[in-house]
Design a protein around this ligand. Structure first.
Ligand code: HEM
Length: 417
């Protein structure tokens, strides 16, 4: 397929011509950063299987049923390359996200219990405490930049709590992560540069495992204690495998959860009636979270074809890349009636924010709990707030779609909980 010349664009730069829109589609396009939702709908109208020529070229499945079909057929849609563009983050494959087949199944067996609801319940008091300690100074101050002051630190602190790493390591952990995002990754020209950039965090996690071993693991619920005691395919996991799996959980959890917190709280700031619904009926919080994850979806991922496959009359070839936008799936009108409207009594709970099939999010119980704790503790202390007048939320679109900057002003005297 050849790329058409530019035929015009709307005020935000989104190409008018649907063919051009598809050809130039990339989660990094400046013109998709603020709002991919309208372009998603146009892409869907253009076809069920469309072709982008960005990042070496790839297919985009625009229908819920096709995204679900691809995710549930890993023998055709391999996870060996999940990024578009794909980069090898480590010298070895990422556990478990880049694995397929039996190897993936065995790793899921090893990892599946690490983030189960029982473990999340165990750590909930600490997670709640971390949230409260972040919210109280904001309530006192009367304003905040929500992403930096709350939505970035809480997922990081939760990660440390779940992995049994002391709170005193939060700042160095955040410093490493910020450096990696702002400098390490953007400046890495080759895979070797990228591996070197990841080294400080790799060492940070490896040191944490060594400390856990030295302190003892018996009776402990944290991820590292249980990983040290676990088996993979009948043998203990190696140190490198444990660091790899922890690193992947870190990559998979921090930006996604920050993004979800940003999008959910932006929605709540702009919809006082939903804040009041939550205050009057706290049991609605889980339904509000599910519906907002569908309505303001976060993640995009990729697959690589292991063989030729045909769908809707389009033949995709072995070795082709395929983008799965869980976000687009949530706004499919064939599955969700009137998808741009939020409906907290929606009967369908089939939203795919956490993926589906064998790679479905391992940390979804943790993620849902963070969102729930954040909503409950925030609104107990700060029921009334809004986007600070004169400021605008700055959205971003990348593999995790979210909010980069979000100023809040607390608008009324808030009671002590
Ligand atoms: C709102 C926050 C989150 C969202 C939207 C999210 C979304 C997703 C999605 C869509 C996938 C599937 C990827 C694919 O099929 O290629 C996934 C996988 C994964 N997620 Fe999450 N995630 C979130 C939070 C977390 C957290 C908190 C953790 C860890 C504690 C985590 C760990 C993982 C891991 C390890 C995988 C790979 C599973 C596998 O390949 O078998 N995620 N996540």
């Amino acid at each position: 397929m050849t790329r058409t010349g530019s035929t015009g664009a709307d005020a935000s730069g989104v190409p008018d011509d649907p063919q051009e829109l598809a050809c130039r589609w990339s989660v990094y396009q400046p013109w998709l950063q603020a709002d991919p939702v309208t372009p998603w709908a146009r892409l869907r109208e253009h076809g069920a299987v469309v072709r982008s020529e960005e990042a070496g070229g790839y297919w985009i499945l625009t229908r819920y049923e096709d995204i679900e079909w691809a995710a549930k057929n890993p023998d055709i849609f391999s996870s060996a390359q999940v990024g578009i563009p794909h980069r090898d983050v480590f010298a070895t494959k990422q556990i478990p996200i880049q694995l397929d087949g039996e190897e993936h199944r065995k790793w899921r067996l090893t990892l599946s219990d690490l983030f189960n609801p029982g473990v999340v319940n165990h750590f909930e008091p600490q997670m709640r405490q971390a949230a409260v300690e972040a919210i109280e100074p904001i309530a006192e101050k009367g304003s905040c930049e929500f992403i930096a002051d709350f939505a970035t630190a809480l997922p990081a602190e939760t990660f440390l709590i779940n992995f049994g790493i002391g709170r005193e390591y939060l700042q160095p952990f955040l410093d490493h992560k910020t450096w990696l995002r702002r400098e390490g990754i953007p400046n890495a020209r080759t895979d070797a540069d990228l591996h070197a950039a990841n080294r400080p965090l790799w060492n940070f996690l490896s040191d944490a495992i060594d400390r856990r071993r030295a302190e003892g693991t018996e009776g402990r619920m944290d991820v590292f204690s249980r990983l040290i005691e676990s088996t993979y395919d009948g043998r203990p996991p190696t140190q490198d495998e444990m660091v790899n799996a922890a690193f992947v959980s870190m990559l998979a959890s921090l930006d996604t959860t920050t993004a979800a917190l940003g999008l959910v709280f932006l929605y709540l700031a702009e919809h006082p009636q939903v804040r009041h619904l939550i205050a009057g009926s706290p049991e609605k919080v889980p339904a509000v979270i599910e519906e907002l994850l569908r309505h303001e979806p976060v993640s995009t991922t990729g697959r690589i074809l292991t063989r030729d496959v045909e769908r809707h009359g389009v033949t995709m070839r072995k070795g082709d890349r395929v983008m799965l936008s869980w976000g687009m799936s949530g706004l499919d009108p064939d599955v969700f009636a009137d998808p741009l409207r939020t409906d907290f009594d929606r009967p369908s709970t089939r939203q795919l924010a956490f993926g589906i099939g064998p790679h479905r999010c391992l940390g979804m119980h943790v993620a849902r709990r963070i969102l729930r704790i954040a909503i409950e503790e925030w609104h107990a202390r700060i029921p009334e707030y809004r986007v600070t007048p004169g400021t605008e939320a700055v959205r971003h679109y990348s593999p995790a779609r979210g909010v980069a900057r979000l100023e809040f002003t607390i608008t009324e005297a808030n009671p002590a909980p």
